[in-house]
Design a protein around this ligand. Structure first.
Ligand code: HEM
Length: 411
């Protein structure tokens, strides 16, 4: 930025990064952050280039950023035939018939979790509902016991903190590694049982799938499970809460979605463009790379700023407006490799869970909207978001018309 004191690691930036995106795109196309010796890119065109030029920009940085807590190499680190095969296994676990069963799990968990709040007419969509919902649904999909939700959430918190922290203290690092070890110790006997008696869940599929004629090792399966747990849980409650916040803040669009729920996919896609829950994607530059005269040196860590790229006027007209009808959104392609927004990344490592994320958010929102009549922000609640790497509301207290117990028809 023009101001040499500006820092992405500052409290001001953390409070509202969106205020700084235009300045970064226009005046500091390649922003260097000396404290962590990393480079930040904010233009749509530059971010897309980094994510799709797999020779020049690799995921090698994940060896230190993710592998220690994933207890093995994650999908995003792999390339070539190994990546194609293992990615295929995960995709199969989240599409077709498997997806139908998962949508049922989304419905059941929504009904169970929202029921106690309906007669009260008040709920915090993040802490009362979204967080437990995201974990429970993912546990269901994987075939893990939902009663372990609190414990697994706590371990996942440590794993997520390790991956998403830009400056981890040695004490926090130890804590995060401890969480990862405990999560691994919890998963190992489950994997053993699924190998002996496979079921219809994703862990069984991972255990029985073959790659190059060889079954995946326990280490492979463990890393993939932790990969899916973190990747599926971390953005889910954020996406849901951001969707509701934007709709409540735009009552006209909320009324349209209520009247015509087929608009929900557009509202979800626009939420992901406007406020992507994954704000940073790291890569390593394998050779010197030039962006408009500024050079990112070989070996450097590059962070793609998804929030800034998605607000780039070169890619979207009036990018700072939330508009579910925007002509340049392309709802149908927003959850595919052809998406114009970059909330799911781009290229080889683009999110494998995009179709599931859409089905999950659409299902839960379609169930919640009719139940939360006259939904509005609770009086006096101060809205705050947190997170540089993944970002979402800290809380979203909502008021709505109370529903008499038993009148919701959720059984
Ligand atoms: C709204 C929800 C979601 C968002 C915003 C999101 C975002 C992303 C992004 C930005 C990437 C690219 C990472 C990179 O290029 O390094 C990614 C990759 C990935 N996501 Fe998602 N994700 C979501 C939901 C899910 C779900 C539900 C799953 C469950 C399967 C999932 C599994 C993965 C996996 C396994 C990868 C790595 C893929 C690869 O390297 O080939 N994600 N996601």
């Amino acid at each position: 930025m023009a101001d040499p004191r500006f820092s992405i690691l500052s409290a001001d930036f953390a409070a509202d990064p969106y205020r700084y995106f235009a300045g970064l795109r226009e005046r500091s196309r390649v922003h260097h952050e000396p404290a962590i010796d990393s480079y930040f890119l904010s233009r749509h065109q530059d971010v897309k280039r980094v994510l799709t030029d797999h020779e020049a920009f690799t995921t090698r940085t994940l060896q230190v950023r993710a592998e220690p807590v994933m207890r093995g190499p994650v999908l995003a680190q792999m390339t070539g035939a190994e990546h194609t095969a293992k990615r295929g296994i995960v995709v199969r676990g989240f599409t077709g018939q498997a997806l139908e069963g998962q949508v049922r799990a989304v419905r059941d968990n929504t009904a169970e979790l929202v029921a106690p709040f309906l007669p009260r007419g008040r709920l915090d969509l993040v802490n009362d509902f979204g967080k437990p919902f995201a974990v429970q649904v993912t546990l269901d999909v994987l075939g893990l016991d939902k009663r372990d939700q609190r414990q697994v959430s706590a371990w996942l918190g440590g794993v997520g903190e390790f991956i998403t922290s830009l400056d981890l203290t040695p004490e926090r690092r130890r804590h995060c590694l401890d969480c990862a070890e405990r999560l691994e110790a919890y998963l190992v006997p489950v994997i053993e049982r699924r190998r002996r008696r496979p079921g219809a869940d994703l862990i069984s599929k991972l255990c029985t799938a073959e790659f190059d004629g060889i079954a995946m090792s326990d280490r492979d399966v463990t890393a993939l499970i932790i990969n899916v747990l973190v990747a599926a849980v971390e953005p889910a409650d954020k996406t849901l809460a951001l969707l509701f916040k934007h709709l409540i803040d735009h009552p006209g669009q909320l009324a349209q979605v209520r009247a015509d729920p087929t608009l929900l996919p557009a509202a979800i896609a626009e939420t992901l463009r406007f406020t992507p829950p994954v704000q940073l994607i790291p890569r390593q530059a394998e050779q010197d790379a030039e962006f408009g005269g500024a050079v990112v040196p070989a070996g450097a860590t590059v962070f793609c700023m998804i929030g800034a790229a998605n607000r780039d006027p070169a890619a979207f007209t009036t990018p700072d407006a939330f508009d579910i009808h925007r002509a340049d959104l392309g709802t149908a392609r927003s959850f595919t490799a052809a998406a114009q927004h970059l909330a799911f990344g781009a290229g080889l490592h683009q999110c494998v869970g995009a179709a599931f994320a859409r089905a999950e958010t659409e299902t839960v929102a379609a169930l919640l909207l009719p139940l939360l009549d006259q939904v509005r922000h609770s009086p006096g609640a101060r809205y705050r978001e947190a997170g540089l790497y993944t970002r979402g509301p800290v809380a979203l207290p909502l008021d709505f018309t109370p529903v008499r117990a038993g009148a919701a028809g959720l059984d």
